[in-house]
Design a protein. Structure first.
Length: 151
């Protein structure tokens, strides 16, 4: 029995030690995953932005629900940034994502922190708090796009 547990523990350990790139069969799979994650984030973030900018009436429960989706999905796309997936077309990641990986990862973490604050602010059901948190979160998105995304 203990031998079986040891083997299982070794298999689990090896499986979790594989690089993130191993979860994708081809670089194109990583790109599709990354783009899909960002598309979901953008859709829900845009709904909050429409409220924050007065294009649609403020709806606290809807803002909170959308912010929860953004905060959850914000953790997903970064597994899709694997070597060999940069490009030169508009919207693609620049090559410096990999040459400045620590800076890129710090920008991702900052965005994740700000969208978590946005989710908290949205639950307060207060438009002014939502606007402030939305602005801060949007600023992290813009900063990352400016530094790491082909314009």
């Amino acid at each position: 029995m203990s031998r079986l547990m040891l083997v299982c523990a070794a298999v689990v350990g090896l499986a979790t030690a594989l690089p993130a790139a191993a979860q994708f069969q081809k670089p194109e799979d990583a790109v599709k995953y990354r783009k899909a994650s960002f598309q979901v984030m953008a859709t829900h973030f845009g709904r909050i932005g429409a409220m924050a900018n007065g294009r649609v009436p403020f709806n606290g429960p809807a803002a909170a629900a959308n912010a929860d989706v953004v905060a959850f999905v914000a953790n997903l796309p970064f597994a899709g940034f694997v070597d060999g997936t940069s490009g030169t077309d508009k919207g693609e990641p620049k090559a410096n994502v990999w040459s400045e990986r620590a800076k890129f990862d710090a920008a991702a973490k900052k965005m994740q922190e700000e969208v978590a604050k946005l989710a908290t602010a949205a639950k307060a059901n207060n438009l002014d708090q939502l606007k402030a948190a939305f602005g801060a979160a949007a600023g992290t998105c813009k900063a990352c796009h400016d530094d790491f995304r082909v314009q």
